[in-house]
Design a binder for this molecule. Sequence first.
Ligand code: PMP
Length: 310
Amino acid sequence: MTDTSLSATTQPKPGVPTDVKSEVVYIDGEFFAKADAKISVFDHGFLYGDGVFEGIRLYGGNVFRLKEHLERLWMSAQAIMLEIPMTPAEMADIVCETCRRNGLEDGYIRLVVSRGAGTLGLDPRKCLNPSVICIASTIQIYPKELYDQGLAIITAATRRIAPDTFSARVKSLNYLNNIMAKINANNAGVLEALMLNSEGHVVEASADNVFLVKNGVLITPPTFIGALKGVTRDAVMEIAEGLGIEVREERFALYEVYTADEMFLTGTAAEVISVTKVDGRVIGDGAPGRVTKRILEKFRAMTTTDGVRI
Ligand code: PMP
């Protein structure tokens, strides 16, 4: 994974210098200037949300948990019968090269594998060539000061898709369920929304996993009730275990949220952010809690050590 040479599929276009520090996007073996980075309108990723993706962070020139992200990408693709037209090692090269070409030391990488161009019918067999896209840019989903103050959120009216309809473990290009929750948040004048499953159990936020702290124990919903198995979630669970904090994967409802001592969200884009108000109820003492702060501090330290050098 640390091999920086490009495989045959990732050779740059002749005449394109490799040290260009402009915004370039990788699409199917070539790098394009942002304005020219385009895919077919017949791509089923565009027409039907038929494809999978990953969001990955780059910290100080290291790609955080690249192996774990690639494993999840391959499992998402396997679940939807999509064959990724390269090896994970080749994909890792593309990720690193895209970061280098964009001159990034810190940033956010979006890897997309779409079903590719096909006909106007649904049949994925008509899409002969899946497309691989890599964008390396930056992201800030919540204002910086809220990492010290905590977020106020609401519960979304939109329920999370049930695992017996389509598994939320698949990080698919169809995010309308989550976007509906985001619209609920927007309409309520807050930045994030908590999503419940059809049984009323808390599952996750629109693009983050959820943790509660109660009596010193960390509680997060099990992924089988409809949550994505977040890479940051896994990292936080490891950190907690390292700190001797008990972690339980348990179902819980809004009562447990409203009466929690602390609450925080985790995600690649969000990192670790405290939640201090839910549906008007103040959580704990209304400020980021002690356990949340310890975990955030350890997480920040982990991002400086746990990565693949670009
Ligand atoms: N849940 C959903 C629905 C997500 O889209 C994401 C990632 N953006 C997460 C949880 C967090 O996952 P990760 O820590 O792997 O980014």
